[in-house]
Design a binder for this molecule. Sequence first.
Ligand SMILES: [Zn+2]
Length: 449
Amino acid sequence: MKSLVLAACLSGAVALAAGVEPQAPAAPPTKSSPMDTIAEQYVKLVLAMGQHDADYVDAYYGPPEWKKQAETSKIDLDAIGSRARTLLADLDQQRRTGQPSAASGKSADAEMLRLRVQYLDRQLSALSARVRIIKGERLSFDDESKALYDAVAPTNPESHFQKILDQLDKRFPGSGPLVERYAAYRKAFIIPRDKLDSVFQRAIQAGRQRTLQHIKLPSEEKFTVEYVTNKAWSGYNWYQGGYHSLIQVNTDLPIYVDRAIDLACHEGYPGHHVYNALLEKNLVRDRGWIEYSVYPLFSPQSLIAEGTANFGIEVAFPGKERVEFEKTTIFPAAGLDPSRAAEYYEVQALVDQLSYAGNEAARRYLNKQIDATQAAAWLERYALMQHDRAVQRVRFFDQYRSYVINYNLGKDMVRHFIESRGASADAPARRWAEFEALLSSPRLPSELK
Ligand SMILES: [Zn+2]
């Protein structure tokens, strides 16, 4: 997805969408360490939460009997909360007395083990917070995002966005509201419905090719695209396990040309599909870390998932390379005028700077300072979303709440982390290597600092 300017796409994946079996479900771990026992209990708690919260379990490809168990035993929310607290205490105990060779060592392996403990700790705290939210407790927007995603988005006043809008205003002179002038301009960049699939397939192929030049993927990996309607999101990656993703694209609203590369990279290569496949390969299968076979949507893992998926777009198609590829391949495939590609992406770069306006609308709306109509109006004015898209976005706020920060703040945090390791845009090979390392590790938001 294109940050928050377009309707969001959720990450992750539901296991076992109807009729689709993973090729090789993860086996339960054969030998158990205390950490493996905690990990197993964590997976079972996440599955138990899924019985109370339909959006919670985004992906699961661990032992199928654990899922059946969750369905039949249907543990109540208080019991889930109390089990989470017990597991947090067990983890704390591990941190102090267990993990010995790991925590004291200096090897890369020791670091991975330290991150494993930290990961489970944050994920379990988020699970406890989600229990409280499902039980009716209302946190402020920032407290909620901190509790669920381990991060707080910056606050920006209207004047911050107005400066960007003023620049766009000069680009689109006229008398009506800027959002309408921008919408009129953008009409020339809609991908016709009958060309959508072929355009997406080209973008996916190119994203895959570029990714494979730098990241080795399991040979069985594959990726299916479906077109759907009537959703609060604009795209979704449902990871199936067995290195297979099902990607759904919502066609409720017009799809602009920038969406092709964004979707291909965000949902696919090197975004969610690659992230999930690398976690399955490196953590679940190679290390037997079963906690990665489940993906709770409302958890810090989502900030990493969305942040890497969004940053991955520019890792695969940095600045000028993207414009060149759009001009030579995507625009012609969509039947659009290639001579306008460069100009279109200049405008998009400006509009992208409005992405935090979406967080601002969500914060005010969820903190009950404005109602749904005002939130949509705010998005139209400050995020330049056309009315229908703004309404769709408010539906997203209702369903997913502070999840919105994961896209743009997540991207900025991932960029900052990768650049702080000496991997900037002018060192592409290094940047890919750092990106892959992040996708293959249990690092969470507070570990990006
Ligand atoms: Zn996503």
